[in-house]
Design a protein. Structure first.
Length: 132
């Protein structure tokens, strides 16, 4: 009789235990999701506060202008113009007196004296046009 009662108690506890862990697990997931959402809001507020306190502050190595973006760049465009159109490169190489090279994936833009001298659009991702 004691053995049957003990078995029934153990069986009941095993049957209810998984539902407790599922509820706890879901509660933990909800809590984490809530924290992530709050973190995003705080990060946005912090960025806005930094930009208000120092409007000339750049958020990356390459200064991106907030003016209206162009649709493309071309041979002779400046570094700033390329950055406006393409954004920050994935890789940047300063070749000294030979100029600079911005890499966008496997595509590249080569600068000489601060202006686009050539480009190689291997990825097909460069927003470039040939002037007419």
């Amino acid at each position: 009789m004691k053995r049957n009662l003990l078995t029934a108690i153990l069986l009941a506890s095993f049957l209810t235990f998984p539902s407790c862990t599922q509820t706890s697990s879901q509660a933990e997931k909800d809590y984490i999701k809530n924290l992530e959402e709050k973190n995003k809001v705080l990060e946005k507020e912090l960025l806005e506060a930094k930009n208000k306190s120092n409007p000339d502050r750049t958020t990356s190595k390459f200064k991106q202008k907030t003016q209206k973006l162009k649709d493309y760049f071309t041979i002779g465009s400046t570094e700033d113009e390329v950055l406006e159109v393409m954004g920050d490169p994935t890789t940047y190489v300063d070749m000294g007196s030979a100029g600079k090279r911005f890499m966008y994936g496997i595509s590249s833009v080569v600068f000489e004296n601060g202006k686009v001298e050539s480009y190689n659009n291997l990825d097909g991702n460069l927003k470039v046009k040939v002037k007419e």
